[in-house]
Design a protein around this ligand. Structure first.
Ligand code: C2E
Ligand code: MG
Ligand code: MG
Length: 718
């Protein structure tokens, strides 16, 4: 039996299998005799060295020692193991093992003497320590470096150590020293804090371990560029992984320390926690680009997306669409239910809109009650119309907010554009023009822009500009159409109707310019002019027959004026200035104007009626013609729209309606005025039905103010 077999057989007899023990050791281990011959090796040692067991057993351990270390010292040390009195473990942390492939692996080398059967044996264990070695090297470098720095500093100033502490240890800024292999070898408290780890958990570790996985590449690139000499220092943003799982955004400024030869020794990084700053910036940029109420994109973001989309379409072709959505009469929601409810309605509504749009498209709130929508990649213009219809459908169900059931509809202007469209501004303008058409056609609908709408819009724009000047230039005046008692043919009053004598275009109909003025506050100026003029003129009218009452004057009021706080004082002062009795003034309002806000309308009407002023409901029968409103508002006069009187619509059905309205007026004790009487036959019919008053071309069209006096003296039809 050879020596090694004996050892093995001896050990086999022990209660704990020594093989199991040796195999489970964390180190590569060899069992040697006193001459250093290997008798047993564990698996790990084979793996570490690359030799098989067979190649090692029976060989001298020196085969694992690099030739340059096989010196006398090694022999002397090994000698000690032979001495049975040696108990100490000889360990060398600065050793290398020679591997089969000729490479040297840095290891911790430990030799432990064992005695049995009266002979000395040794247990050699080898622990791979490349990582620690790297750190030590770096540490050594840093120490040398720090020492160097200290020396220089010491020469310059006595308190260099304190200065270094101030600059590094006590620095509020997190700082870290890393080896050129990326291992940390010095950190200050602030750095420990930023990553939530102790020095022990950091030193010797690769910073990858607590870098956000997506940013590992960023760090590697930073090291690479500096090492390659591409740049001298780098500042970049990366994310650390805090121990508690948080992500810490940081700005890292890293620069290398190089030796005289320019070799990189290590890296110094200072780190700034920008997590909050980033969150704030994100919040601010979100705020800058979103509507705070609904969270939708705002105009700035929309403009940006639109110009990008516009450029894309111009480059790649395809179709884009922009829609401008405006709520119909939204003001009345605010007036009736208050602004809080109005706001909530907008929020609810944007949620519904979100549900009918694609995430890739942009929905923006850009005015109080206006929304803009941008869609890209459309196949056809029809697709845009389908989306527009979906927007309107989303508003069909009433909104229930704060216990109130609110119906809210909207109008939409749609523009579909392709690569021929000039600019993104032009696109939005087109949507605006189409929206105007949608409103004009009766709201609650969508209209797709066509180029001829543009010309009309330009025409309207010019007209508005000119209308502003017209008032000052004295081109506006009031004409008066007599209102006749149909049974006596006597003049009872006049309707004042505005005329615009345009210097080039001649007489322009109020049907053209009043709706345009109503789109802005210009209507308030026109209304002010009409009322003051009419009241002033009427105060000079003398009745032809002293027995007959003084003729009244009717003035048409726009809805805008009705909601203007200045209306009542303006009327009071006009009456005071002219001296006209309030009973001789009748204000004509259209049903649609009263519908906007019934409570407010009734308040204003009550105050004016209290002064003695009368009201006429204009164009009755063409609007909602709600009986309940009629009973509620109780105007003194109902003006039957000329539609019911004109021969063009003389059917038995309209005739029945005409009869019903006259009867209704009589029953409610209201005066009825028929508009647009043009023929004797119509006059006869109205007389027969019991309509009290009338006006129309059959008698006279509206005449200039200076002709009224003569008509009062001698009416041409009498
Ligand atoms: P309106 O208040 O319903 O006025 C009646 C319109 O019918 C007037 O048109 C009048 O000239 C016209 N008319 C009168 N008799 C006949 C007839 O026998 N046949 C036909 N076909 N038409 C007749 P006008 O003056 O062109 O005014 C149109 C509308 O413009 C008015 O309708 C009114 O809504 C508005 N308007 C006129 N002046 C003013 C004003 O000073 N302020 C406001 N807010 N609106 C005004
Ligand atoms: Mg009228
Ligand atoms: Mg009318």
């Amino acid at each position: 039996m050879g020596e090694s077999e004996r050892v093995v057989s001896h050990m086999k007899g022990s209660s704990l299998s020594w093989q199991v023990l040796l195999e489970s050791l964390p180190d590569g281990t060899a069992f040697l005799n006193e001459r250093g011959v290997i008798h047993y090796v564990n698996d790990l040692l084979s793996i570490l060295t690359g030799y098989s067991r067979e190649q090692l057993v029976g060989q001298s351990v020196t085969m694992l020692v690099p030739p340059r270390l096989r010196d006398a010292e090694f022999a002397v040390r090994f000698e000690k193991v032979r001495d049975p009195t040696t108990r100490a473990i000889w360990s060398n942390q600065d050793s290398f093992v020679l591997c089969r492939d000729g490479s040297e692996r840095p290891v911790d080398f430990t030799l432990t003497p064992i005695t049995f059967e009266g002979r000395s044996w040794a247990l050699a264990s080898i622990r791979d320590n490349s990582a620690t070695r790297e750190l030590e090297r770096a540490q050594h470098v840093a120490e040398t470096r720090a020492a160097e720095i200290e020396n220089i500093a010491a020469a310059a100033m006595a308190q260099s150590e304190q200065r270094f502490r101030l600059a590094f240890e006590d620095n509020m800024a997190p700082m870290v020293f890393t080896s050129d292999g990326g291992l940390l070898f010095a950190v200050n408290d602030a750095f420990c804090e930023i990553v939530g780890r102790t020095r022990e958990e950091l030193l010797g570790f690769d910073s990858k371990a607590f870098t956000h996985p997506d940013d590992v590449g960023l760090s590697e690139e930073a090291y690479r560029r500096i090492k390659a000499g591409e740049i001298d220092r780098i500042r970049y943003v990366k994310r650390f992984q805090h121990k508690d799982g948080r992500t810490v955004a940081a700005e890292v400024s890293m620069s290398p320390a190089r030796d005289e030869k320019g070799e990189t020794l290590y890296f110094v990084s200072s780190v700034r926690d920008i997590t909050e700053e980033r969150a704030l910036t994100e919040q601010l940029s979100h705020q800058a680009l979103h509507d705070p109420l609904t969270g939708l994109a705002n105009r700035a973001l929309f403009d940006d997306r639109l110009s990008q989309a516009h450029a894309r379409v111009a480059r790649q072709g395809g179709l884009g669409a922009v829609m401008l959505l405006d709520l119909d009469d939204f003001k009345s929601v605010n007036d009736t239910h208050g602004h809080l409810v109005g706001d909530q309605l907008l929020v609810e509504m944007s949620r519904r809109f979100d549900g009918v749009t694609r995430a890739s498209d942009t929905l923006c709130r850009f005015g109080g009650d206006e929304f803009l929508y941008l869609a890209e990649g459309l196949q056809s213009a029809d697709e845009a119309e389908i989306v527009a219809a979906r927007f309107l459908e989303a508003l069909v169900a009433p909104f229930s907010i704060a216990g109130a059931n609110i119906e809210q509809h909207a109008s939409l202007g749609v523009v579909v554009w392709d690569k021929t469209s000039k600019s993104s501004t032009e696109v939005v303008q087109g949507a605006d023009i189409a929206l105007y058409e949608a409103k004009r056609e009766g709201k609650g609908r969508h209209v797709v822009y066509t180029p001829d709408m543009h010309e009309q819009a330009v025409g309207r724009f010019t007209l508005v500009q000119e209308l502003h000047k017209a008032l000052a230039a004295g081109e506006l005046s009031m004409h008066y159409q007599p209102i006749i008692n149909l049974s006596t043919s006597a003049i009872v009053g006049f309707e004042s109707l505005m005329r615009w004598q345009h210097p080039e275009r001649g007489l322009i109909s109020p049907n053209v310019f009043i709706p345009i003025a109503e789109e802005s506050n210009l209507i308030l100026d026109l209304g002010f002019f009409a009322l003051n003029e009419a009241v002033r003129e009427a105060s000079c009218w003398k009745p032809s027959d002293p027995q007959a009452g003084q003729p009244f004057v009717t003035v048409n009021l726009s809805a805008h004026q009705f909601h203007d706080l200045g209306l009542v004082p303006m009327i009071e002062s006009a009456l005071r200035l002219s001296g006209l009795a309030p009973e001789r003034l009748v204000l004509e309002i259209k049903e649609s104007a009263t519908l906007l806000n019934v409570t407010e309308t009734m308040n204003v009407m009550e105050r004016l009626m209290h002064l003695g002023i009368g009201f006429a409901l204009d164009d009755y029968g063409t609007g909602y013609s709600s009986l309940s409103y009629l009973a509620l508002l109780r105007p003194r006069i109902i003006k039957i729209d000329q539609f019911f009187v004109s021969p063009a619509s003389m059917s038995s059905r309209t005739d029945t309606l005409l009869e019903a309205i006259v009867t209704l007026g009589n029953k409610l004790n209201m005066t009825t005025i028929a508009e647009g009487i043009e023929t004797e036959a119509q006059l006869e019919r109205l007389r027969f039905l019991g309509c009290e008053l009338g006006q129309g071309f059959f008698f006279l069209p509206a005449v200039p103010a200076n002709e009224v006096a003569a008509i009062l003296v001698h009416a041409p039809w009498s």
